[in-house]
Design a protein around this ligand. Sequence first.
Ligand code: GRF
Length: 205
Amino acid sequence: MFKVIFLISGAGSNLNAVIEKNNNQYLDIQIAKVISDNEKAKGLDIAKYNKIDTETFDRKKYNSKEISDNILKSIKDLNVDLIVCAGFLTILTGEILKQFKNKIINIHPSLIPSFCGKGMYGKKVHEAVHKAGVKISGCTVHIVNNEIDRGPIIAQRSTEVFFDDTPEDISERVRKIEHKMLVKTIRLISLGNLIIVENKTRKRV
Ligand code: GRF
């Protein structure tokens, strides 16, 4: 069975979407553990409700390097195939990036390379999109490497931004397309159909 770990910090709506699609057999994966860097993350309750193991390394207690190393230790014996950062605020660093090269993905709520990089996460992304007056926003799934939001892009989806939209409206619209895109991307990878060539990716045909 294709084994996946989820890393979360907040609501866990992406995690929930993946669990649902796994339950209805569109996906055939095992979510072996959900790890949070925030003990209050609502997504932990979603995991527990679905009888998935959870663990927390709180950002109030540990720095990014310690959290990254703790995660690596915690999943060492699990034979993990894929790590999914779904709203995970810690920047992964060090050994985990080497041991899981091309096996860590992140979902970002904008069309990379716009509205991304250091400090650009959650609400801030949609506020920046709103302020810039762009007509299109969207979301991206990419491989995690040691440059923030710069790893090879796997999938992107776009959505319109309307004149009267608030940042919350944009966030809500993007969130809906994120769920579908993340589920499809995990399916693609779990079926062994993602090919990575240097800084680009393509589907196996
Ligand atoms: C999503 O918008 C994701 O793109 C971003 O953080 C948010 C997480 O949402 N990285 P949720 O916790 O999955 O509801």
